[in-house]
Design a protein around this ligand. Structure first.
Ligand code: PRP
Ligand code: URA
Length: 211
């Protein structure tokens, strides 16, 4: 799939960790750790064009104008629940980021997203918003979450996922062509329950050990 707004991070470390994450034998503890590590690696890609500014510092040897991330920075927005597993890793990378929350679950029959929580920082318009969720299946949840953050005033938004289905990528790009999407892999297809195949199963249940 070749869309200018979609980046697949095919780095060997990402692919290796993703394979362990997919394995049904991987424990909840390791699933949580791996998701956090994948957030660090994918976060490196999703933040690569943050603007820099120069500030005067002195090293032990000399003075220099050193690069720092410019101005107001990021809002990390996990889609509850499973997005929380990525938010921790992104916060490790950018500890000063603000955090918004979007609470959505998929209605099991219709697959439509059902909203139950929404909270953004007041200055969201001045920040780059990173919406994160491990899974982009139909993309209904991600499309709704980005709709909601744009409605709240966000002007610059990026979407970070671990696994996507081709159908979800097509739907997301059609709905939000202005929102770059960073993923670790695009899988084969959705099954009849709109689960990603081969996928990794239910990300929220595996992250929190609820099934
Ligand atoms: C999962 C996942 C996404 C959504 C993806 O959440 O974390 O949010 O499904 O599916 P979609 O692209 O078809 O919308 P789920 O609804 O299972 O909620 P949970 O994170 O609370 O388990
Ligand atoms: N949500 C998940 O957690 N997994 C899928 O494969 C699809 C939606």
């Amino acid at each position: 799939m070749d869309y200018p707004s979609v980046t697949v991070v095919d780095h060997p470390l990402v692919q290796h960790k993703l394979s362990i994450l997919r394995n049904k034998e991987t424990s909840t503890t390791n699933f949580r750790r791996l998701l956090r590590e994948l957030a660090l690696l994918l976060g490196y890609e999703v933040t690569r064009d943050l603007p820099l500014t120069r500030q005067h510092i002195e090293t032990p040897l000399t003075a220099m104008e050193a690069p720092f991330i410019d101005g107001k920075k990021l809002v990390i927005v996990p889609i509850l629940r499973a997005g929380l597993g990525l938010a921790d890793g992104l916060l490790d990378l950018v500890p000063s980021a603000r955090v918004g929350h979007v609470g959505l679950y998929r209605d099991p029959a219709s697959k439509a997203p059902v909203e139950y929580y929404f909270k953004m920082p007041e200055d969201v318009a001045e920040r780059l918003v990173l919406v994160c969720d491990p899974m982009l299946a139909t993309a209904n949840s991600a499309i709704a979450a980005v709709d909601m953050v744009k409605q709240a005033g966000a002007r610059r938004v990026k979407m970070l996922c671990v696994l996507a289905a081709p159908e979800g990528v097509v739907a997301f790009v059609a709905a939000h062509p202005d929102v770059p999407l960073v993923v670790a892999a695009i899988d084969d297809r959705l099954d009849s329950h709109a689960y990603i195949v081969p996928g990794l199963g239910d990300a929220g249940d595996r992250l929190f050990g609820t099934r």
